[in-house]
Design a protein around this ligand. Structure first.
Ligand SMILES: Nc1ncnc2c1ncn2[C@@H]1O[C@H](COP(=O)(O)OP(=O)(O)OP(=O)(O)O)[C@@H](O)[C@H]1O
Ligand SMILES: [Mg+2]
Length: 411
């Protein structure tokens, strides 16, 4: 059953400035949503429902339009509704009518099952089926790098608490998502880097197996160091700006006079570098230095794909030493700093998506967080049970209730 959408009756021409919001969301075969057509207004929307009904899935769909991939780091295939694979042409679609800094846009992501892997049948079939992801803006096909970042959004999730203590891949992913939202060309650069890295890894392996000559490396060393330097430099700029924003927010949230700072740890000694060319030269020298080790390993040992960052609270590593509560406050400060950074760079506040985070916080922190996001053009908060009236007071909010992938009440 589809929910009737009244979006057409809502006009946005009278809004101040340039609002950023998603005003209509259409899903088909996305996660546990067979079909959904939902109007989303400005201001605060609270999405409630019992556990496992599709609240996070809804936010994941909205964030997919901003970052082009799953907010949970899930494979594309996992976002296609189970059972849809029984159809010959399994196909999930997310379409959002969004108001962005570039005007009103229809943002569309399609996840379509490609060819089945030969010889696979029965229960193993859904896992083996490849999913192709395509992007469209106003109906026109786009590369993912031209799609990512058109809609600006920030996601706050309960799992964020693992960001600083979990594996480095989580942090690289976080930093790259943020950097691609505010640095034009970064998403493309990251794709180019990945492509060259794969080629160079392949060559290193071939040299190890004596199937290629060592002299062939020179070309790929140069190519990789150029892309790597641009990525590291862009990440560092974003991280420095984030670092500046989050410390005062953290003091306000914690009520303590402690310094919260971020530190980028490159996988090779960059020292002080003048510009991106200089950095790429430093990396190139390092490649020559470690050539024997890289050939022995058969893959690339340095570069942004092996870098990391950490957060320090008065010099103490948050990931290793902070209590769960301290880590949660540090991460909240980081996320709020991220939202502020997007606003500083873009000139508009991003869509704020808060997935079940309120229930994790004490009343004081809940109020702080809510006070910071309440004047965003669009705030969507999911909750399973928490009564949020303590922080929201008499602020007009819209409520949407979800049950088994359907909107059962809205008002
Ligand atoms: N690809 C998929 N196809 C169909 N259903 C899926 C798919 N992926 C996840 N689900 C289902 O979606 C539901 C989880 O949805 P979601 O994570 O949005 O729940 P939630 O409402 O946020 O719950 P909680 O309050 O526990 O966080 C589960 O029942 C899960 O089985
Ligand atoms: Mg959830």
């Amino acid at each position: 059953m589809k929910t009737q959408c009244l979006c057409a009756n809502i006009t946005y021409s009278t809004l101040r400035g340039r609002p950023i919001l998603v005003r209509r969301l259409k899903l088909s075969n996305f996660r546990n949503y067979a079909g959904l057509d939902l109007c989303l207004g400005r201001g605060v929307t609270v999405v409630d429902g019992r556990n496992g009904q599709g609240k996070t899935n809804l936010l994941e769909a909205i964030y997919l339009m901003a970052i082009g991939r799953s907010s949970r780091g899930a494979a594309d295939r996992q976002m296609v509704r189970y059972g849809a694979f029984e159809d010959f042409l399994a196909h999930a679609q997310v379409v959002g009518e969004a108001v962005t800094s570039s005007g009103s846009l229809s943002l569309q992501v399609d996840l379509s099952a490609g060819e089945r892997s030969p010889g696979v049948s029965g229960e193993a079939r859904p896992q083996a089926q490849r999913v192709q992801k395509t992007f469209r803006v106003n109906g026109v096909p786009k590369r993912s790098s031209d799609f990512v970042g058109l809609l600006k959004a920030v996601m706050f999730a309960a799992e964020d608490v693992d960001l600083l203590s979990g594996p480095p891949t989580l942090r690289r992913r976080y930093l790259d998502i943020l950097t691609s939202q505010i640095t034009p060309g970064f998403a493309r650069e990251a794709q180019d880097y990945q492509r060259v890295l794969t080629q160079r890894n392949h060559l290193l392996k071939s040299i190890r197996e004596r199937a290629a000559k060592e002299s062939e490396l020179e070309f790929w060393d140069v190519q990789l160091s150029i892309h790597a330097a641009r990525i590291i430099d862009a990440r560092l700029r974003v991280m420095n700006a984030l670092d500046e924003n989050m410390d005062p927010i953290h003091r306000e949230l914690s009520g303590l006079n402690q310094t919260l700072s971020l530190k980028y740890s490159p996988s090779f000694e960059t020292g002080h570098y003048e510009d991106v060319r200089d950095l790429s030269k430093i990396m190139l020298d390092e490649f020559r230095e470690i050539r024997r080790r890289e050939i022995g390993a058969g893959f690339c040992l340095i570069g942004p794909h092996r870098d990391d960052f950490s957060a320090k609270l008065d010099g103490m590593d948050v990931g290793s030493f902070a209590s769960r509560g301290q880590a949660r406050t540090a991460i909240l400060a980081m996320k709020l700093g991220e939202a502020q950074l997007i606003e500083e760079r873009v000139g508009d506040k991003p869509v704020a998506l808060l997935d079940d985070v309120m229930s994790e916080l004490d009343e004081d922190r809940r109020r702080h967080v809510f006070d910071r996001v309440r004047d965003y053009e669009q705030v969507i908060i999911t909750t399973a049970e928490t009564d949020l009236s303590d922080v929201m007071g008499d602020l007009p909010i819209r409520r949407i209730s979800i049950d088994a992938g359907r909107v059962v009440a809205s008002g």
